[in-house]
Write a protein that binds this ligand. Structure first.
Ligand code: GLN
Length: 502
């Protein structure tokens, strides 16, 4: 291989970048107005909207297990991405109709709302894991460009995550509930652009190092499995199953938490009962399970962004800047904007520290500490503020900045740690454990957001009573702070278990 070939990125990376960017535009654009639509158009109360947000985002992280499995065996990455994308776009268009009917036929709107979310969940399961795994396949195994490629790809995620809430907020979050539908429509169009990019450019550019098209349908299986009609019917059936699962968890019985715990225990049993693993491999897998447990406390506080923190932006933040009232949904762009700004700084910092670069568990503990600090900052901002008085945008903005610094210490580091520690045989299953931690965290995020105290309503969690916003934010300070301290204490032990320095 010549020098230029080894430093230049494949053109395919930019196809995947654009595909992912438009999909994240669709996902985060819709998420930016989701709880506002639930409370202002569908008139759900905040606690119910929060719980539904948690169940929805939790299932969004659970279905990639299925989507990854089907792609590996039957559909290949490309077909899964396109099918998943179309199903998500359908979900957005269903939500558009829901937003159109919410006033004239509330019952129909409520059904369409669950239906739209069910389609989003099923579609994401096929899109997200498959686009992510294609990135690494563009390069030869162990190529040093892979890390940089994932960093560029993460930028794509955040360009979409930054623009989505901004555009969807502009057209949908206008103060008139009848306008929310436009946000769903625009998000759905974004999703179609993503699919179109994939359709037009994949075959030409998304190639392996030998020049063969990546992500094609695996050979040697019955044609019926990949028949377009069969695939469409199966995905629609899966979407209906998701509608049912979401509905039951939100309205009838809260089973999702137990399902997630049972799944993790089952996977742990499958892995640890494998006789071919040696002691060191088992210890390393143990580290993955332990760190995955800790990241639950990170994401459950972080993902308040789409729920309680959006209520806070809407009701308690001074958004009127004279010439313009900043829509509450815009605040969901901040995290992505800060990622784009600071990801290069963190990458430089870790390199600069050289030998002093902290071990992965230490960085993750630092991530939790920064998250706790973010909540401490905003808790300070609302201390002794009378109900009904709005606070400055600096509190939310500063908090999102600290949260993003935390994310940059924890999220990419955690992902590469799983990659390094997992034995090849269980690589996908252990990645699944990582996704499951996200699913559990999102479910918990919804439960915690439902404790948002409103005037005259106090809430409590494990004996801790909350009467105002300060008490509410302090809950996250305690939670993330305790997790951070424990992880710091455990770091040395985890390093011994990994038998790796970093
Ligand atoms: N913001 C990133 C994404 O959308 C990571 C989110 C997460 O891992 N919870 O892919």
């Amino acid at each position: 291989m010549n020098q230029t070939a080894s430093t230049k990125h494949s053109k395919g990376l930019y196809v995947l970048f654009a595909t992912e960017m438009w999909e994240r535009f669709n996902y985060y654009g819709m998420r930016a107005i989701l709880v506002l639509f639930m409370t202002k158009a569908l008139l759900f109360d905040k606690a119910f909207a929060s719980n539904l947000y948690g169940s929805y985002t939790s299932l969004v992280y659970l279905t990639p297990l299925l989507g990854g499995f089907i792609a590996d065996r039957y559909w290949g990455n490309r077909m899964s991405i396109i099918a998943g994308g179309l199903i998500m776009a359908t979900g957005e268009f269903i939500l558009f109709f829901c937003g159109h009917l919410y006033d004239s036929s509330p019952e129909m709107a409520s059904f369409l709302f669950f239906a739209g979310l069910g389609f989003m969940i099923a579609g994401n399961g096929f899109f997200k894991p498959n686009i992510s795994s294609l990135v690494g396949q563009l390069y030869p195994k162990g190529d040093r460009r892979i890390d940089a490629a994932y960093t560029i790809f993460y930028m794509g995620i955040n360009v979409g995550g930054g623009i989505g809430p901004f555009i969807c907020g502009l057209v949908g979050d206008t103060g008139n509930p009848a306008d929310f539908k436009w946000a769903f429509l625009v998000a759905g169009i974004g999703m179609l652009i993503s699919v179109a990019i994939q359709k037009l450019f994949h075959h030409k550019y998304v190639l392996d190092p030998e020049g063969k098209v990546l992500g094609l349908i695996p050979k040697g299986q019955p044609k019926i499995y990949t028949n377009a009609v069969v695939a469409t019917v199966s995905l629609i059936a899966l979407s209906f199953l998701m509608i049912g699962l979401l509905y039951v968890d939100a309205k009838i019985v809260n089973y999702l938490t137990y399902l997630l715990i049972a799944t993790v225990l089952f996977i742990a049993f499958v892995i640890f009962s494998d006789k071919t693993l040696n002691k060191l491999e088992k210890q390393r897998i143990g580290v993955i399970f332990i760190t995955a447990f800790f990241v639950i406390f990170f994401w459950s506080a972080f993902e308040q962004a789409g729920a309680s923190l959006t209520f806070f932006a809407e009701e308690q933040t001074q958004r009127d800047i004279g010439i313009f009232v900043i829509p509450a949904s815009f605040f969901q762009s901040l995290n992505s904007i800060f990622v784009i700004t600071f990801a290069p700084v963190f990458a430089w910092l870790w390199l600069k520290l050289g030998k002093k670069d902290p071990a992965s568990p230490t960085k993750m503990a630092m991530g939790l500490a920064l998250l706790a600090l973010g909540y401490l900052w905003i808790a300070f901002g609302v201390k002794d503020v009378q109900p009904g008085i709005k606070v400055s945008v600096i509190w939310l903005t500063g908090m999102y900045l600290l949260h993003t610094w935390g994310e940059l210490c924890l999220s990419p580091i955690g992902l590469s740690l799983v990659n390094k520690l997992a034995p090849l045989k269980f690589a996908s299953l252990l990645m699944a454990v990582w996704f499951l931690a996200n699913a559990a965290a999102n479910k918990l995020a919804g439960v915690l957001s439902s404790l948002y105290p409103e005037a005259g309503r106090s809430t409590s969690f494990l004996g801790y009573s909350m009467y105002n916003m300060h008490d509410f934010f302090m809950l996250f300070v305690f939670m993330a702070g305790t997790a951070s301290i424990l992880l710091f204490i455990l770091t040395k032990r985890l390093q011994q278990m990994m038998q790796m320095d970093k």
